[in-house]
Design a protein around this ligand. Structure first.
Ligand SMILES: NC(=O)c1ccc[n+]([C@@H]2O[C@H](COP(=O)([O-])OP(=O)(O)OC[C@H]3O[C@@H](n4cnc5c(N)ncnc54)[C@H](OP(=O)(O)O)[C@@H]3O)[C@@H](O)[C@H]2O)c1
Length: 349
């Protein structure tokens, strides 16, 4: 360092003062921004329950994977609140059984089943075409269906790794097909299910389909990180393009459903470990609350992520879920969106 730089001449003193001033303004601005964000995403009522749900009479919802687990509870609660509900899943028999069960509890439920295989883009497109031809609009889309950690790598009809295909790419394509219907609604919401598994996920752009190496849970975590990034990116794009759609993410914590049984299996090491704590997890009905809050509460915030906030976010009262750093990377989310458009041929216009 030279003596010139050490010397406190008037210009450097002035520029130091100027820099300090800028730093102070920057700090104040960032505090204001944080305060603004905090108020934009205020905590929900921690004990929010179905009793707090506003009437959904006159509103039309689609729930993917509404035949079991959280999706079934979503469909039942929305129907009980007066909504018209479309359950979309693969198996018509399970669909009919779900509808019969809902009608036992909600006699006047307006609920119908539509077959879709999210592992088949032609099936997803066909559902989009059927709904665009028959529904006047769509007020809520709940991107809920998923599979978890099949031990062996499998592929969709389109050649994608199954978890990425069903959990993420199928919903990416479905949402694009339903965009015209969503835009016809006055304030439609798209609620997309993520998971605490997303915290352990990474988007492997060099091997998105796990062709080079398949780790069952790693592929699940990637798919759930992808759905979370999608939810945030959809909100940004809706704002930028004026679509008038609110995109919100949710996760159930850990809930007792058929996800493990139909995925890694209850006999697997994962399944046995999971079963040890089974009685401490949420029921499917409790696990559905963050989604139902996101889909219906008037105070739910666009671009927010809701889930239980007790015990590492596995269970507990409703709150704002912590967002993994990877899901805050808007550049990566934009890149993933472009790759997803290329893979699925979906177009958001
Ligand atoms: N359970 C948990 O602890 C937990 C934790 C974190 C996040 N989540 C998330 O919560 C959501 C609901 O999971 P869940 O636990 O309720 O699971 P679940 O009981 O296994 O239900 C999954 C649903 O997805 C449907 N589905 C699966 N593959 C499909 C396909 N190819 N096309 C169309 N539908 C398909 C199934 O329908 P059919 O088989 O009848 O077609 C079923 O209705 C998922 O997004 C999951 O990732 C769950």
């Amino acid at each position: 360092m030279t003596s010139t730089t050490l010397q406190m001449d008037p210009i450097s003193t002035a520029s130091t003062a100027w820099r300090r001033g800028l730093a102070t303004i920057g700090l104040a601005l960032s505090c204001m921004l944080e305060a603004g964000l905090a108020s934009a995403q205020s905590q929900p009522k921690p004990d929010w329950s179905l009793a707090d749900m506003p009437s959904q009479s006159g509103r039309i919802f689609l729930v993917t994977g509404g035949t079991s687990g959280m999706g079934y509870e979503d469909a039942k609660a929305l129907a009980a609140a007066g909504a018209q509900v479309v359950i979309a899943a693969r198996n018509p028999q399970r669909g009919e059984e779900a509808i019969a069960r809902i009608k036992q509890e909600v006699a006047d439920a307006q609920v119908q089943f539509e077959a879709v295989d999210l592992a088949n883009l032609a099936s997803v497109q066909a559902l989009g075409e059927r709904l665009n031809a028959t529904l006047p609009r769509l007020d809520g889309l709940i991107n809920n269906a998923a599979i978890m950690s099949p031990p062996q790598r499998d592929t969709s009809a389109d050649g994608f790794e199954s978890q990425l295909a069903i959990n993420y790419l199928g919903h990416f394509a479905l949402t694009s097909h339903l965009l015209p219907l969503l835009r016809k609604s006055d304030g439609a919401r798209v609620v997309t299910l993520s998971s605490i598994a997303a915290k352990r996920g990474a988007i492997n752009f060099d091997d998105l389909q796990s062709e080079q190496a398949y780790n069952p849970f790693g592929a699940y975590a990637q798919s759930k990180l992808a759905t979370l990034m999608f939810a945030f990116e959809l909100q940004r794009r809706s704002e930028a393009q004026g679509w008038g759609i609110q995109s919100i993410a949710a996760h159930p914590g850990v809930a007792v459903t058929s996800l493990i049984e139909r995925g890694p299996g209850l006999d697997s090491e994962f399944g046995r470990n999971w079963a040890k704590d089974r009685e401490r997890y949420h029921s499917a009905a409790q696990g559905a609350l963050p989604t139902l809050y996101a889909a219906t509460a008037t105070e739910a915030q666009p671009g927010a992520y809701y889930g239980p906030i007790g015990e590492e976010e596995k269970r507990g009262p409703l709150g704002l879920a912590s967002v993994p750093a990877a899901a805050q990377d808007a550049a990566a989310a934009a890149r993933l969106w472009t790759v997803s458009e290329q893979l699925t041929g979906a177009s958001y216009r």
